[in-house]
Design a protein around this ligand. Structure first.
Ligand code: TEU
Ligand code: CA
Length: 532
């Protein structure tokens, strides 16, 4: 039976390399996650979206899979995976697997066979061309790689160790269906589908996202696999817009439960350029985008709500302030602003304790393939080292991938060995233990918001109405249904702001020790929720 449990749920993303190491090799692992289930239960979340843990040479930290039905030894074994799923059930926490279906690793058996030549049955599992065209890889450079002994090029929209699968080949689809059903049989709670908007690509026409066969392919995938199961599915779709999101997340269940749309994380870059080409965020634009998605999917689809993930910088550093004075206050503001919105919220590991970006001084401190490749490319194009490092510090993916700090012990209690990537130096005071010990910490705001969602259906499904405040930096909305009504009011700036809005009801939630007395000014990053 389909219960749509995910409509009331809050999901938590675990980036396994960086969550908890259990054996001292410096890499987070499955046993580490299982050990920390009580912490996640305390936070109150309902499911974990687990970034890839499959066998992989880790060219892109697991988004390059060499066997979909095996666990990477550094993360543990299939027994560890089964145990995590089983223990998760005991804690009421489902496990959502990350499915990377657009490409495999070049070390996958299929690709190794494909390289043997056109007669090999696996050759057509991938996309080949006699001549490269203008398609670019997301990780810089051409998307085509030459194979001398075949005198052909293969397509890789990501790194050259991530060859694209050929979704026009029925055999590929059959393999994928079997694999997904293997995971469904294990009792997983659902799937996050990596760059799924690319599988309908028409490389010859340089069409990648939103190809003509995309939605038929997704519908077929749904029918052969998760469609009949009570699971959550969320597509990662950088190209999602209000036209296609209702197709992806049609309430008839023919595609996914929901998609990640990224419009709000594209606002602080120069239009038409790359994410590295920085531009200041205008809070009024953010509010417009959020309002558009809150009102545009009503009755037609379902929203996902997130500020950050393993590809994005830390939310507090990006959208608010990571200064000692405002880190927690502004983090609470962001949490409150987002969690009263309709849809399913996602918390990225460490967000709940207010982890911040970790600047580097030199490219040798970077791990991420995207940053390293961009650095090389832009140096050649004439950018200065300083400019590039600045962009990496603001937008680079390592910011989110630094290990989670649990205690003030060495390496934050993340590992007893040498961490695969250094922690942020602040771990001695910014860690889970410290957050739990302080009853006013950001953690408890998240815990409260998660609990409120279960209590007040209006948060996930109520009607949304944006409110005028007379000040572009003060964002407000009303959320209501037949039973409840909340007004959310936040100062999205580091200065005191005047506003004009008379919210109805009593202050229900706030982020300073006590709420503003004055009903026409808000302190820096102040957030108020009124309940009628
Ligand atoms: O990300 C999709 C993607 O397009 C990323 O390259 C994203 O654009 C970039 O990180 C942000 O600028 C997914 C995964 O989430 C990411 O970790 C993988 O590297 C990528 O797919 C390839 O599988
Ligand atoms: Ca380990």
């Amino acid at each position: 039976m389909k219960t749509d449990w995910w409509k009331k749920a809050v999901l938590y993303q675990v980036y396994p390399r960086s969550f908890q190491d259990s054996n001292g090799d410096g890499v987070g692992d499955l046993k580490g996650i299982t050990q920390r289930l009580p912490y996640l239960e305390k936070l109150g979340i309902n499911a974990i979206w687990l970034s890839p843990v499959y066998q992989s040479p880790m060219d892109d930290n697991g988004y390059d899979i060499s066997d979909y039905q095996a666990i990477a030894p550094e993360f543990g074994s299939m027994e560890d995976m089964d145990e995590l799923i089983a223990k998760g059930h005991e804690y009421g926490i489902k496990i959502i697997m990350d499915l990377v279906l657009n490409h495999t690793s070049d070390e996958h058996m299929w690709f190794q066979e494909a390289l043997k030549g056109p007669e090999n049955p696996y050759h057509d599992y991938y996309v080949w061309a006699d001549e490269p065209n203008g398609l670019k890889s997301s990780f810089s450079g051409s998307a085509w790689e030459y194979v001398p002994h075949l005198n052909k090029y293969y397509l890789h929209l990501f790194s050259k160790k991530q060859p694209d699968l050929n979704w026009k080949n029925p055999a590929v689809k059959e393999e994928i269906y079997k694999m997904i059903n293997f995971w469904l049989d294990k009792g997983v709670g659902g799937f996050r589908l990596d760059v799924i908007d690319l599988i309908g690509k028409e490389p010859e026409q340089e069409i990648t996202a939103d190809g003509p066969t995309l939605h038929p392919l997704i519908k077929e995938l749904n029918q052969h696999t998760f469609g009949s199961h009570d699971v959550v599915t969320v597509g990662e779709t950088w190209s999602a817009n209000l036209e296609n999101a209702p197709i992806y997340s049609n309430p008839d269940g023919s595609e996914f439960s929901m998609v990640f749309q990224f419009e709000h994380v594209l606002l602080d870059q120069q239009p038409g350029k790359e994410k590295w080409d920085l531009a200041p965020l205008n809070p009024a634009d953010l509010h417009k985008v959020m309002t558009k998605w809150q009102t545009g999917l009503v009755g037609k689809g379902w929203n996902s709500l997130f500020w950050n993930n393993h590809d994005l910088p830390r939310a507090i550093s990006r959208f608010a302030s990571d200064s000692p004075e405002y880190r927690e206050i502004s983090g609470k503001m962001l949490a409150i602003y987002l969690h009263f919105m309709s849809g399913t919220p996602y918390i990225y590991q460490g967000e709940e304790i207010g982890m911040v970006n970790t600047p580097i001084r030199d490219i040798s401190e970077a791990d991420d393939i995207e940053s390293r490749r961009m650095y090389a490319e832009r140096l050649e194009e004439g950018y200065t080292k300083e400019e590039i490092i600045h962009s990496i510090n603001v937008k680079g993916r390592d910011n989110a991938r630094r290990p989670l700090a649990w205690t003030s012990e060495e390496n934050g209690g993340f590992t007893k060995g040498k961490p695969w990537l250094a922690l942020n130096d602040n771990y001695s005071w910014l860690n889970v233990e410290a957050a739990l010990a302080d009853e006013h910490s950001l953690f408890y705001t998240y815990q409260k918001l998660v609990a409120l969602r279960a209590q007040y259906p209006v948060m996930a499904e109520g009607q949304f109405e944006a409110l005028e405040t007379g000040n572009d930096l003060v964002l407000a909305y009303r959320k209501f249904d037949q039973n409840d009504e909340f007004t959310i009011l936040v100062n999205f700036s580091q200065e005191e702001q005047e506003y004009s809005l008379s919210a109805e009801g009593q202050v229900f939630l706030h982020n300073y020790a006590s709420p503003s007395k004055n009903s026409s000014t808000l302190r820096p990053y102040e957030a108020l929720v009124f309940k009628k």
